[in-house]
Design a protein around this ligand. Structure first.
Ligand code: ZN
Ligand code: ZN
Length: 544
């Protein structure tokens, strides 16, 4: 495992920096034919060394590490030989995030970090020149994203770098050298964006992945015990079940919110009208971030009081405005320090509504109303992603820390929402109705992703599903459509992981009877780190 990880970082310097291994910060990999060969040689050599192990002889922990390493290596071959997204996804080429992380990190002195920044800038022009050579038939959607994110992120070479240089003890000559190189970097970024804008691209590739590639990517990314077809059927049934539960609640709440208005005959219409009324209770664009900041300690106190799981108080969460280079895909996210960066900050990135029309901001705020905003905070922060990541970094397995399984991570956050409500958090009919609506989102994410990428679902049908059946506001639905055109499989991770975790808990409850302890279950489950749920399940059941 040590040999694998050491070699992995040597060959993937950008990934290494991202998880807090800073030895190669000054290196920017250029993805040309040599680099591709280097990657494949590495993968084949590692797959060969895995052959010396007999999986049956390994400890339970090593068995799962073995599977995760093997999956990672085979997934790299799949990416290079079949996915080939380096040819059609221009947004894969963006240096801004890596440079911003060097400036934002607190793992070393500012001067050391700036010198790595300086050296890394040498490769920026060649990096973008190679990108232009690699790109063959990009999708329209990824081309637009690449232009927006590269231009948006380039401020790291401008205002952000200038501010850092002013604070630093570098000599005047070094500062000047860096500012000059930064101008060259900005030019390379702007040239790349201009090149993309001017690209003829008469037959752009469709953003739809197609069934064959999709099934393979699903296997590598989710590592679920379900196939896409199976989870699709479960999600469709679950949607119906949620609609039934929501109708009971909305019918009960009708008089409170709609007075003597006649009830519509259509069940979904009745649910929607009640949800729309409740959604009017929301904060303002100005207070959006401070409202989130206020809720984190409340959630932590609740988890403690209810004895749901231990939360390490020495790793506080920092709420910040979403950095420019992240803008464009999601509205709220967590950035956590990796396994080597145990003292780094964990950030809660909050998308800002500055520059939005009043109408768009209102629509967004109705979606993230006073009820849903709390569920969002449970999901992103406590006891969702932030809490899980603190546990993951304490996991004894470096493999599980670095090859984290997205479906386990998202599944945990979605599980946390339901678990908090089951424990009585802010218990009310309104809270449950809004929770079901939120859960409908994860459920419909799965239906949407599989339908769009493998069943040719139209934009119109997709927006219908999201607004009529999942009761989303127009802005949310538009954002989700954009996201499904830019990513594949990832939207399934929430519902698939959640379904597997919830079913595991119910299975253990049945087995252990009176001895079942919720806090112990949570802490044990998280102690395995971000492994695929199917492997955690094997370990927990075998211990049983
Ligand atoms: Zn309003
Ligand atoms: Zn999440």
């Amino acid at each position: 495992k040590d040999g694998f990880v050491t070699a992995l970082w040597e060959i993937n310097p950008g990934w290494a920096s991202g998880v807090g291994y800073h030895k190669y910060d000054s290196i920017l990999s250029i993805y040309d034919a040599n680099e591709e060969k280097r990657q494949l040689d590495f993968v084949n050599a590692q797959l060969d060394s895995l052959k010396q192990f007999n999986v049956e002889d390994l400890s339970d922990n090593n068995k799962t590490d073995f599977q995760m390493i093997k999956n990672q290596l085979e997934s790299t071959i799949f990416s290079i030989k079949e996915m080939k997204s380096s040819e059609w996804n221009p947004s894969e080429y963006n240096v801004c995030g890596a440079f911003a992380e060097i400036l934002n990190g607190n793992y070393d002195s500012l001067e050391v970090r700036l010198r790595a920044f300086n050296k890394k800038m040498n490769a920026v022009p060649a990096y973008y020149e190679t990108a232009k050579k690699n790109i063959k038939n990009p999708t329209v959607e990824h081309t637009e994203l690449a232009i927006a994110q590269n231009l948006g992120g380039s401020s790291v070479f401008d205002a952000d770098l200038k501010a850092a240089l002013e604070k630093s003890k570098l000599s005047a000559a070094e500062k000047k050298e860096m500012l000059d190189k930064a101008q060259v970097s900005i030019k390379a970024i702007k040239d790349y964006a201009a090149w993309l804008k001017a690209l003829p691209n008469k037959t752009p590739r469709s953003f739809r992945l197609g069934s064959a590639l999709y099934a393979k990517k699903f296997n590598f990314d989710i590592q679920s015990s379900y196939t896409p077809d199976e989870i699709y059927k479960i999600a469709v049934d679950h949607k119906k079940d949620l609609h039934d539960k929501m109708f009971v609640l909305a019918d009960k709440l009708w008089a409170k919110y709609k007075g003597k208005d006649p009830k519509p005959a259509d069940k979904l219409d009745l649910i929607k009208q009640v949800i729309d009324k409740i959604s009017l209770q929301h904060t303002t664009p100005e207070k959006f971030q401070s409202e989130i900041e206020k809720q984190i300690p409340e959630l932590t106190a609740y988890v403690k009081a209810k004895d749901l799981l231990y939360i390490d108080p020495s790793k506080p969460l920092v709420v910040r405005k979403e950095p420019a280079y992240m803008a464009g895909v999601a509205g709220a996210s967590i950035s956590a320090p990796g396994p080597y960066d145990k003292n780094g900050n964990t950030y809660y990135n909050v998308g800002s509504m500055s520059g939005w029309t009043a109408e768009n901001a209102e629509s967004y705020l109705r979606e993230y109303n006073d009820y849903i905003l709390q569920i969002l905070n449970i999901h992103e922060a406590v006891p969702g992603h932030y809490t899980q990541l603190v546990y993951s970094n304490q996991s004894p397995s470096i493999i599980k820390s670095i090859l984290g399984n997205g479906a386990m991570v998202e599944g945990w956050a979605v599980y946390a929402e339901k678990m908090m409500l089951e424990s009585g958090y802010k218990n009310s009919d309104e809270m449950w109705l809004m929770y079901y609506k939120w859960n409908l989102r994860a459920t419909c994410n799965t239906i949407l992703d599989i339908s769009v990428h493998t069943k040719n679902m139209s934009k119109e049908a997709a927006l219908d599903l999201l607004t009529k059946e999942a009761f989303q506001q127009q802005a949310e639905a538009d954002g989700k459509w954009k996201r499904v055109t830019l990513s594949q499989v990832q939207l399934c991770s929430y519902f698939t992981g959640y379904t597997e975790i919830y079913n595991l808990r119910e299975e253990l409850k049945k087995k252990e009877g009176d001895k079942f302890n919720l806090k112990k279950f949570h802490e044990k489950f998280l102690s395995f780190g971000s492994a695929p749920v199917k492997y955690i399940k094997e370990l927990m059941l075998s211990e049983e």
